[in-house]
Write a protein that binds this ligand. Structure first.
Ligand SMILES: [Zn+2]
Length: 325
């Protein structure tokens, strides 16, 4: 899970260090200190080399502000961190596709093609990418990887889905190991363990779930990412490392059917990866580098988006596939 560490100290000129909670606990004290240091540089100590900030005066009161173009230089866990739009395909969606209301994420999803940007909706596969990102599963550090097991991935996704709405409705996902009964769920989310061609459609079984079978009919199979990845309906070929998201429907005969399926390929550390970039990414993992994976979402052709951002340097470094690191 992503977390915010607001205890990161700030260092004012002259070496005075304070934490953000201490500063915000007393507004009079905060204003006095910020006014005193208004003309001096401030360092946020969220990274080993620190990130420069400054004090600004707005409407008669003083505030801490990040220097222009430096918000993505903060540590991912720092309250001042803001992602650089250049590193994500999310910049290609218009406001109707993705909104944030309070703690709720609202996403408009459709299986129809997105057309040219700005996109007015997400495809199901892109929604899965968004959930992955929100759950902090694109981040890779040796410490995180040591803990990242299937169980924790399920829990992280479940936490994110709690505030996630699709086309205006609460998502209510069935996620093995996190939610136990799919009869009361509207969506399905999990690792694909097995696929069999059967008389009534193709049967999908999920990792960590020995109890349920989810059926996909021929029309849905042929018109979704399932046929692109697992091949023709009559002879599906299972591939390792795919997670699925789909709309879940319980028939009156008690069978689970899937619609509007999307897929995400992940490596054994659960990082999103394409077949072409898997070796490159594994090289970074083996070298114990700290980085996060950038996702293109539906902007598949936007090759200006880097593959990863290295975050173990003084400044974030954007890496493209095959580039030396
Ligand atoms: Zn910071």
């Amino acid at each position: 899970m992503k977390y915010t560490n607001d205890r990161v100290p700030l260092r004012f000129d002259g070496g005075v260090e304070v934490s953000r909670p201490w500063l915000s606990a007393d507004q009079h004290r905060a204003q006095r200190i910020l006014r005193k240091h208004a003309s001096e540089p401030v360092q946020c100590l969220c990274t080993p080399s620190g990130v420069p900030m400054h004090v600004v005066c707005r409407g008669g009161s003083f505030h801490l502000a990040t220097m222009p173009g430096r918000a993505h230089h903060h540590a991912l866990s720092c309250p001042s961190y803001r992602p650089d739009r250049k590193t994500s395909g999310l910049k290609h969606y218009d406001r109707s596709a993705y909104t944030l209301t309070g703690q709720n994420q609202n996403v408009f999803v459709s299986s129809s093609p997105v057309g040219a940007p700005p996109f007015s909706h997400f495809t199901p596969s892109a929604v899965l990418q968004l959930l992955w990102d929100l759950a902090g599963l694109t981040v890779c550090t040796p410490k995180i990887l040591a803990k990242r097991k299937y169980f924790l991935v399920s829990r992280s996704l479940a936490d994110v889905c709690a505030g996630f709405r699709i086309n205006g409705d609460a998502m209510r996902p069935y996620i093995p190991l996190a939610f136990t009964d799919p009869r009361f769920c509207r969506y399905l989310l999990g690792g694909v363990r097995r696929i069999c061609h059967g008389r009534y459609g193709n049967a999908i079984h999920l990792s960590a779930d020995n109890d349920h079978t989810f059926w996909v009919d021929q029309k849905e199979w042929s018109n979704s990412a399932l046929s692109e990845v697992f091949g023709p309906f009559d002879e599906p070929q299972w591939q390792r490392g795919y997670f699925i998201i789909a709309r879940l429907f319980l028939t009156r005969h008690g069978n689970f059917r899937l619609f509007d399926s999307g897929l995400l390929r992940v490596n054994r550390s659960f990082l999103p990866v394409t077949v072409a970039d898997e070796g490159f990414l594994q090289g970074l993992v083996d070298a114990n580098r700290r980085f996060f994976v950038c996702q293109r979402y539906d902007a598949i052709g936007d090759d200006r988006i880097p593959l990863v951002v290295l975050i173990d340097r003084d400044e974030p470094l954007y890496l493209y596939s095959g580039q030396p690191f």
